[in-house]
Structures are given as structure tokens and as C-alpha cells.
Unconditional design. Sequence first.
Length: 423
Amino acid sequence: MNSTGLGWLSAILSALGMLLMSPVALGFVCVILISLTARSTNIVSGNVLGGAWLAITVGLGVVFWHSRRALQGKPSARVRLPRAWVLAAGFGVCVFIGVTMTGNVLTAGLIAPPLILIAAAIPPLAAMAWFAPNLPDALSWRRGTVAFVGGATASVALAFALEIILPFAVLVGMLAFGNTAIRGAERLLSEVIGGRGAQALTSSSFVYAFIHGALIAPLAEEIVKPLIVLPLIRRLERREAFLVAAFAGAGFAALENILYASAATGYWAGLLIVRGIGGAVHPLGAGLVGLAWRDLLRREHHAWRNGLARFGLAVGLHALWNGGALIVFALLGAQFFGKPPPALNLLGFSAAGLVLAFLIVLGLATFGVGRSVAENTTPFRLRVPTSFETQFTVSDRAVAIWALVWLALVVPLGIAVLRALFR
């Protein structure tokens, strides 16, 4: 599809989206204004969702404006995001002020929701700023905006549809074969982390959530996130293809963070902090799969082999992150219903602390991998003699030393924090 066709397609779809969403957006404005008279802190969740709907509607308007400018032949400026550390500082400020505001009935419905929205969107944008800090000419605002809004709308809708259809097969399998396996796993885990932790990790609700979060969601989401940029991605060089697809993943992650925060208004700050550690997971996965699609569409040499490697890496990182996060919240939840048992540990360490430390290392690794891919987007080479001949530019020994240092630093920190919180 040529640039004119892409411009018309983008303009038509964004205009239709605005027409469909604008009446509901106006309704949310009225609801938010009325809720301000309720004098209650329970209105935060609804106002966060209403604010998200308004933001998406405005985002579609921005896409329509960019599409018109493209059809008129007007150029677009290059993406220049703030430094990643500036965005991280802004995230901390939004979370701190938002927590303060949610406890005040006068400001809970008006000031806290936009701060939560901003805090939810910052981590994936910080990942993009980290991926390409010195590449101002790699991506235009037009393409970045279209990808971001498309990831937050079309990709989320497609993922939602897939994640409704696929779990039915999982439920059938659990009903047929799950009970025996769950009982065996509970006996094994009770010897390792204690009875309360074993019960938390083998309850039917957790098993279903774990299968959904660590298997179904990574597969479905990594497939659909870059689809919105397929009409564009074939025409791009590798670096721009990676960044465009990563922006779609950033939009997906921003809306997902908002949905989680709106459902967990009592502990939204802690949830966003944990998800902020993995702020690069969605952009990196979408960028890798976008590169795979780009090579397939252009019939590059070894496109299928390299594409499967990229897709497998994206799904694997996503599955590790989702599974680890679920285990952390399950183990911490086991301690919320009474005094934590002495056996809730692994080799003398808190099991939740160990998994949290693993998540921190994994989250930092995704930031590093994303930057390496953005700076060196050569194809995968699956032969690995003494160093990674993929997007990575460091040796196996350097990776091992780096991981060991971070584990040595982060595990005690994670355990200390958890002990201080739940003493």
C-alpha cells in the first residue's frame, strides 16, 4: 500500500473511531462532573476509566490530524522524547501526589485520576526513550502517534477477543485433567515454601490465572500488538520498523496499565510500580515481532527462522514476566490473611522476595535488550559460538557477570523491603 493509501486508511479509521467514541466521551465528562459532588474517594476508578476514554478519543483526533497533514504532503517532526530518567522522575512524582490525593474527598475525583493516567502511560514511554536516546532521526511523530494510538485501541480490542476465546479450551482441560496435577503440585510446594504458600499457588483460581497470564496472554498479545502497523512496516528500514512496532506495544502497555490501576484503586500505586519495572516488556516484544513481520513481508533471507526466534523471545520474556508477577502477588496475598508461616521461604530467603528480585532483573534486562536491538538491528544468527551473534553485542561471560551482580544486589534489597512491609 502506498503512502496516499495509508493516509486515507488512517484518516477514515480515526474519523470513524472518533464518531463512535465521542458520544460516550461526552457522557463520561458529565459523569465526572457529577461525581465531584459525591464527596467520596470511591469515585477514582470510574473517573480513571472515563479519563482513559477521553484520552483515547483525543488520541484518535490527533491521528486524524496527522493523516490529513500526510495527505496534504506536509512533513512530520521527528520524535524527541524526554530522557528516560526524567520520565522516571515524573512517574515518581505522579504516584506520590496521586496517593496523597486519593485519600482526600475533595481531590480524589478531579486530580488523582489524571495523575494515575499519566503514571500508567510513563513506563512504556520511558522504555521508548531508553531504547533510542540518540536516534532523533529514526522515527517521525506521525508514525509514532499512529502506532501508539493503534496499539491502545485496535491491538487491545483484538487481544481482548483472543483472550476470551482461548481460555475456554483451558477450562475444559483443567476440568478434565487438572485436579490430579494440582494435588501433586500442592504436595511438592508444601515441602518447599510451606502450606500457606502452596495453597495460594495451587488454588484453582490462581492456576487458571497463571495459565492465562503466562501462556495465553503472551501468545495472544504478541501476535496482535504489531498488527496495526503491518500496512506500514514493509516499507521501513529495520530500525524504524522496530521502533514503530515498539510504539504500538507502548500504547498497548499504557492502556493495560490504566485498566489494571482502575481495577485496583486500593493499591494502584504498588501495582503500577511493579508494572513500571517491566515497562519495556510490551514495547520490546512488539518491536521484535514487528521486525519478524517486516522481514517476512520483504522476503528477507531466513525470514521464517529469524522470525520464529524473535517471536519466541518476545513470548518467552512476556511469559516469564507475567508468571513472576502473578507468583509475587499470590505469595504476598497468602500473608494478608494472617501471620505468615515460618515455612514461607526458600532456602532461608522469602519466596516472594526471590521472585520479586527476579522480576527486577528481568525488567532491567528488557530495557537493555531493547536498547541493543534499536542500536543494532541486524538479523538473528542462530549459530552462537562464543558470543551472541544476534542483536546482543556483549559476550556470554559479561551477561553472566552482570546477572550475578544484580542478583547479589537486588535479592537482599527485595527481601529487606518485603520484611519491612509485612513485619
